[in-house]
Design a binder for this molecule. Structure first.
Ligand SMILES: *[C@@H]1O[C@H](CO)[C@@H](O)[C@H](O)[C@H]1NC(C)=O
Ligand SMILES: *[C@@H]1O[C@H](CO)[C@@H](O)[C@H](O)[C@H]1NC(C)=O
Ligand SMILES: *[C@@H]1O[C@H](CO)[C@@H](O)[C@H](O)[C@H]1NC(C)=O
Ligand SMILES: *[C@@H]1O[C@H](CO)[C@@H](O)[C@H](O)[C@H]1NC(C)=O
Ligand SMILES: *[C@@H]1O[C@H](CO)[C@@H](O)[C@H](O)[C@H]1NC(C)=O
Ligand SMILES: *[C@@H]1O[C@H](CO)[C@@H](O)[C@H](O)[C@H]1NC(C)=O
Ligand SMILES: *[C@@H]1O[C@H](CO)[C@@H](O)[C@H](O)[C@H]1NC(C)=O
Length: 650
C-alpha cells in the first residue's frame, strides 16, 4: 500500500517538474491595434481590466479562454489561447506577457497579438467565429537558406500537421520530419493550431490557407503564418516543448523505480526519489542557463530573492480578494485598496489599470529606483507584484487619506487649522525640493495636486505617486487622464508643448497653495471657465489688495485675531502666484519657494500675470483641441508676453 503510493509519487514528481520548466515562448511576433478608439474611457477601462482578469482565471485550468464584459460600444470580447505544447505554468507566463503588451493598443478599441507561445485578441464586437481577415500574414525568418530536401520535408510536415490538428479536439498538430539527405540529423519542426471557438470546417479552411501562405517562406529556415483563426510555424530548430517525450522518459524511469521498490524498503525509495528530483532539477537548471533566459525567467530569478516582491496571492489575501469595502479610491494610474498582511502590517495596494509597453522587468527596475527614494514627506513605496497577472504597487498605508478630502470639505476642513495647513505646505515643499534636487534620480512629479498629498496620523504631508509618471511617460492613458482630471494644475507650457521641467511642478504647487488657503478647488468641473479659476481669482484680489476675501471661511477664526498669521496666509498666496506665473523662467525653483515660505525676512517680487487670465469663455475642450498644433513655433519665454495668454487663442 505505502509502496504503491510512493511509486505514484515518484512517477508524478518528475512529470510535474518536467511540465513546469518548459519554454513559455514569450517573444512577441506581431501585434495589431484597431484604428477606432474606445468610446468612453470610464466604461471601457473597467471592462478591459475585467476581461483580462477573467481570462487569467480561466487559464489557470485551461489553455484557452473567452469572455464578454459590459454592454454597448465599449463592451469587451476577448479570446486568449496558449499553444497546446505549453504547460499550464508556461501558459500563465506567456499570458502575463500578453497582458503586459496588449494594453499598448489602448486607447484604441481593440487589437490582437501573436506571441510564439500564445495568442490574444480583444475587440468591442464578437469575433469568435472569424477565421480570416485582411491582416492575415506570414513572417519569414530570412537568415538561413535551406536545401531542396528541407523544402520537401517542410511541405510534408505541414501536411501532417494539418491533418493531425483536424483530428483532435485541441485543434493542435505538431510534427518533426527528417530531411532526406541531411545525414539523418537534420529535421523540420512544425506546429499548427486553430482557436478553439472555430467550427471544424473553419479551422480546416484557416489551416489550408496558412499552409499555402507559409510555403512562401521556403527556402528560409523559419516561417510563421499568423491568421485570424489559426497559427502555423515551421523551423529548422526544435522550438516545441517536449510534452510527449517527457511522459515517456518519466514512465520508463517509473519502471526502473518499480524494480527497486520491490527489492528495497520504502525508506530507500524515498532517498532515491529525492536524488532523482535533485538531479532533474539540476539538469533543468543547467539547460535553462544555457538556453539564455527570456524576460520572464530573468525576472522570476530576480524576484525570488527580492524583498521588494510581493506574491500576487499575498496581495489578493491582504485585500480580501479585492473586496469593495477595502477600496480607498481611484487614482490616475489605478485603483487603490487597503490591505492587511498576515503579520498585521497595513498597506495600500495600487492595482494599475494598464502597464503600457513596460515589460515586467522594466516595471521592476522602476520600482527598484523609486523605492530607493526616501524622504519624510514622500509616501514610501514598499514594492510590487511585478510578475503576477497584473501590475501592482504596494505602498505604506496612510490612514488619513488625501488632502483634498479635508480642504474641500466644509466639515472636515475645520480639522486643519492654519498652523496645520502651513505645516503641510512646508512639508510638501520639502518633499518636492528633495525630488527635484536629490542627486540619485532627479524626479519631476508631473501630477502635484491635493489628492496626491496624503496625510499621516499626525496630519503631516506625504507626496504620493511620484516616479510613476517617469515610468509611464509614453503612456497615452496617463496623459489623457491627466488632461481630463488635472488640467487645472498643469503648467501651460507642459500642456501646450509637452515642455517638461521642474517648473511644471512649481506651477502645480502654486495652484495647490492657493487651494489650501482658499479651500476652493481649481476647475472642479470640466465645463468651468478659466476666468473662474482660483488662480485668476487670487490674481485679481492680489492686485486689488483684497486677498483676505478669498480665505477659506474655516480659517477665519484662526487668522483674523492674529496679524502674524494673517500676514503668513497672504504671503502664501503671494508665493502661490509667483509659482503660477505664465512664464516658467520667472517661476522660482522649489528651494527658493521653500526659503520664501519658511523665512520671514524675504522680500518677494511682484508676480506677473498668470496664464488663462481674460479668457472669458474659453472652455477646456476648446483648449486641448485647438492649441496643440497651432503653437509649435511660438516662443513662450518672452517676458513681454506676460499680458496674456498666447497659449489660448480665442
Ligand atoms: C489590420 O491592421 C491595421 C493596422 O494595425 C488595423 O488598423 C486594422 O484595424 C486591422 N484590421 C482588422 C480587420 O483587424
Ligand atoms: C461615460 O459613461 C459614464 C457612465 O455611464 C457617464 O457618466 C459619462 O457621462 C460618459 N461619458 C461620456 C463622455 O459619454
Ligand atoms: C476552451 O475551449 C473549449 C472548446 O471550445 C471549451 O469547451 C472550453 O470551455 C474552453 N475553455 C474555457 C476556459 O473557456
Ligand atoms: C466599437 O468601437 C468603434 C470605435 O469606437 C465604434 O465605431 C463601433 O461602433 C463599436 N462597435 C460596436 C459593436 O459597438
Ligand atoms: C532580413 O530581414 C530584416 C528585417 O526585415 C532585414 O533588415 C535584413 O536585411 C534581411 N536580411 C536578408 C538577408 O534579407
Ligand atoms: C550531424 O550532427 C553532428 C553534430 O551535431 C555534425 O557534426 C555532423 O556533421 C552532422 N552530420 C551531417 C551529415 O550533417
Ligand atoms: C489566404 O487568406 C488571405 C486573407 O484572407 C488571402 O489574401 C490569401 O489570398 C489567401 N491565400 C490563399 C493561398 O488562399
Amino acid at each position: 500500500m505505502t509502496k504503491s503510493v510512493l511509486l505514484i509519487a515518484l512517477i508524478t514528481i518528475p512529470l510535474l517538474i518536467s511540465t513546469s520548466n518548459g519554454d513559455a515562448r514569450t517573444q512577441v511576433v506581431k501585434m495589431y491595434c484597431d484604428q477606432g478608439f474606445e468610446n468612453n474611457e470610464t466604461l471601457f477601462v473597467p471592462n478591459f481590466v475585467q476581461a483580462m482578469e477573467t481570462i487569467t482565471i480561466q487559464l489557470r485550468t485551461s489553455n484557452n479562454g473567452t469572455v464578454e464584459v459590459g454592454t454597448g460600444p465599449d463592451k469587451n470580447y476577448a479570446l486568449a489561447q496558449c499553444y497546446n505544447d505549453l504547460s499550464s505554468q508556461d501558459c500563465m507566463l506567456c499570458y502575463a506577457q500578453l497582458r503586459t503588451v496588449l494594453p499598448g493598443c489602448y486607447p484604441h478599441s481593440g487589437g490582437r497579438i501573436y506571441l510564439d507561445g500564445c495568442y490574444m485578441r480583444l475587440q468591442n464586437y464578437s469575433f469568435f467565429d472569424q477565421y480570416k481577415g485582411p491582416n492575415d500574414t506570414i513572417v519569414c525568418g530570412n537568415v538561413t537558406r535551406e536545401s531542396l530536401g528541407f523544402r520537401d520535408a517542410a511541405r510534408q510536415a505541414v501536411g501532417n500537421v494539418v491533418s493531425m490538428a483536424l483530428s483532435n479536439d485541441e485543434y493542435f498538430g505538431r510534427a518533426e520530419v527528417v530531411v532526406a539527405g541531411g545525414g539523418g540529423n537534420k529535421s523540420v519542426f512544425v506546429m499548427a493550431e486553430c482557436w478553439r471557438t472555430l467550427s471544424p470546417r473553419d479551422c480546416r479552411l484557416c489551416l489550408e490557407n496558412a499552409s499555402a501562405m507559409i510555403s512562401k517562406c521556403l527556402p528560409w529556415s523559419e516561417g510563421r503564418a499568423l491568421n485570424t483563426g489559426c497559427v502555423m510555424r515551421y523551423s529548422n530548430t526544435d522550438f516545441l516543448n517536449p510534452v510527449a517525450a517527457a511522459i515517456t522518459t518519466s514512465k520508463s524511469r517509473g519502471k526502473v523505480v518499480a524494480i527497486i521498490v520491490s527489492i528495497v524498503s520504502s525508506v530507500v525509495v524515498l532517498a532515491v526519489a529525492l536524488m532523482i528530483v535533485i538531479y532533474i532539477r539540476r539538469r533543468r537548471y543547467v539547460q535553462w542557463r544555457r538556453r539564455g533566459s527570456y524576460d520572464a525567467e530573468k525576472l522570476a530569478k530576480i524576484l525570488t530573492d527580492s524583498s521588494l516582491n510581493f506574491k500576487y496571492s499575498t496581495i489578493e489575501k491582504a485585500t480580501a480578494n479585492w473586496d469593495e469595502s477595502n477600496k480607498l479610491g481611484e487614482g490616475g494610474f489605478g485603483t487603490v485598496y487597503k490591505g492587511v498582511l498576515s503579520d498585521g502590517r497595513e498597506i495600500a495596494v495600487k492595482r494599475l489599470y494598464v502597464n503600457n509597453k513596460f515589460r515586467a522587468a522594466d516595471f521592476y527596475n522602476e520600482v527598484n529606483i523609486i523605492s530607493s527614494v526616501e524622504h519624510k514627506n514622500l509616501v514610501r513605496l514598499l514594492g510590487c507584484s511585478c510578475s503576477g497577472p497584473e501590475s501592482i504597487l504596494v505602498y505604506e498605508y496612510l490612514p488619513n487619506l488625501s488632502l483634498d478630502r479635508f480642504i474641500f470639505d466644509e466639515t472636515k476642513g475645520r480639522t486643519l487649522n492654519w498652523e496645520k495647513r502651513f505645516e503641510i505646505i512646508i512639508g510638501t515643499a520639502e518633499g518636492l525640493v528633495y525630488l527635484h534636487e536629490n542627486t540619485k534620480t532627479r524626479i519631476i512629479h508631473r501630477d502635484i495636486k491635493a489628492s496626491n498629498i496624503l496625510l499621516d496620523l499626525k496630519l503631516r504631508a506625504k507626496i504620493a505617486d511620484f516616479g510613476l509618471a517617469r515610468s509611464f511617460q509614453d503612456d497615452k492613458t496617463h496623459i489623457s487622464t491627466a488632461i481630463a482630471g488635472t488640467l487645472g494644475y498643469m503648467a501651460p507650457e507642459y500642456l501646450a508643448h509637452g515642455q517638461l521641467t521642474e517648473k511644471a511642478d512649481v506651477y502645480s504647487f502654486g495652484v495647490l497653495l492657493l487651494e489650501i488657503v482658499s479651500g476652493t478647488e481649481n476647475n472642479r468641473s470640466n465645463t468651468i471657465e478659466y476666468t473662474d479659476s482660483i488662480v485668476s481669482t487670487a490674481w485679481k484680489h492680489f492686485q486689488e489688495g483684497t486677498v483676505d476675501q478669498i480665505f477659506d471661511p474655516n480659517l477665519l477664526m484662526d487668522i483674523y485675531p492674529n496679524t502674524l498669521l494673517k500676514e503668513e496666509a497672504i504671503k502664501v498666496i503671494h508665493v502661490g502666484l509667483l509659482c503660477a506665473q505664465e512664464d516658467p523662467s520667472l517661476r522660482p525653483t522649489m528651494s527658493t519657494v521653500l526659503k520664501m515660505l519658511a523665512k520671514d525676512d524675504q522680500t518677494l517680487p511682484f508676480p506677473s500675470t498668470p496664464p488663462f487670465i481674460d479668457e472669458k469663455t474659453m472652455e477646456l475642450n476648446n483648449i486641448t483641441q485647438k492649441l496643440l498644433p497651432d503653437n509649435e513655433g511660438e516662443s513662450s519665454h518672452s517676458v513681454a508676453t506676460v499680458c496674456h495668454s498666447q497659449f489660448y487663442p480665442r
